[in-house]
Design a protein around this ligand. Structure first.
Ligand code: ADP
Ligand code: ADP
Length: 222
């Protein structure tokens, strides 16, 4: 089944095309690695998928829904980890999640379980500003998981993390995909970083999709 379908997606600023035209279909339940150097258009594409930026041209279908109103509904099923941490530094991890629950009208009873999922249960009452970058990124992931999304879209979630933090984030994403059948789009400028997580790689260069590679292509399995 198709989770996301893009047709002729283009983004232009004034006369400069920074993305597309791009068409692709992503299957449910898989992990897609969005690969490309800085400026390739990864964030632009992700922001368009999330409805945070409007495409200049082209159509989006998410879980079979298209058109402004229906897409907005469908996006409620997509958790988003932005490219830089969106947590409130002066609030505790718990209160960060609570604030989002209030904002989005989501039940707060899932907060303890989510803190546990991302490995922050022991520091739930500590302020986010005391957290390491890796902990803050895991808090962002917990926020993205509020409301039990069917899809996760993560914009460079391991950027700036040390090897241990990178490994923790990778393992978490893999586990979420396996346990809950969540479709994942995860971007990185480093192909090796997504090795053994992504089922498929979408390679962006200068705003164009230049390759779709399976994990076996990338690993060199036979
Ligand atoms: P990536 O996420 O792969 O690093 P981006 O999507 O952030 O790439 O950027 C793609 C291109 O679009 C870059 O050349 C960037 O400078 C340009 N760009 C992004 N946002 C804007 C904007 N608001 N106005 C003009 N150019 C932009
Ligand atoms: P739009 O609403 O037109 O789709 P976006 O939401 O994609 O625009 O991006 C708007 C933001 O990007 C603005 O805050 C702008 O300051 C910033 N921006 C402007 N130029 C660039 C650039 N070259 N690269 C990245 N971001 C940019």
């Amino acid at each position: 089944a198709v989770a996301l379908s893009l047709t002729g997606i283009t983004k232009r600023y004034r006369n400069t095309t920074v993305l597309g035209p791009l068409s692709l279909e992503l299957e449910k339940g898989r992990i897609y690695g969005l690969i490309g150097e800085n400026g390739a258009g990864k964030s632009t594409l992700i922001r368009i998928i999330m409805g945070l930026s409007k495409q200049t041209d082209g159509d989006i279908e998410l879980f079979g829904r298209s058109g402004e109103g229906d897409l907005t509904l469908a996006r409620a099923n997509v958790g988003y980890v932005p490219d830089s941490s969106a947590s409130y530094p002066l609030l505790s991890a718990y209160d960060n999640l609570k604030a989002r629950c209030l904002e989005w009208g989501i039940d707060q009873n899932q907060i303890p379980r989510l803190l546990d999922t991302v490995g922050l249960a022991q520091v739930g009452t500590k302020k986010a500003r005391s957290f390491s970058l890796g902990m803050r990124r895991r808090l962002d992931l917990a926020v993205a998981l509020l409301g039990e999304p069917r899809m996760l879209v993560l914009d460079e979630p391991t950027n700036g993390l040390d090897p241990l933090g990178t490994m923790e984030m990778r393992n978490l994403i893999k586990r979420l995909n396996a346990d809950r059948d969540i479709t994942v789009i995860i971007s990185s400028h480093n192909l090796a970083e997504l090795n053994r997580i992504a089922d498929e790689y979408l390679v962006l260069s200068a705003g164009s999709l230049i390759a779709r590679l399976s994990s076996s292509d990338v690993r060199g399995d036979s």
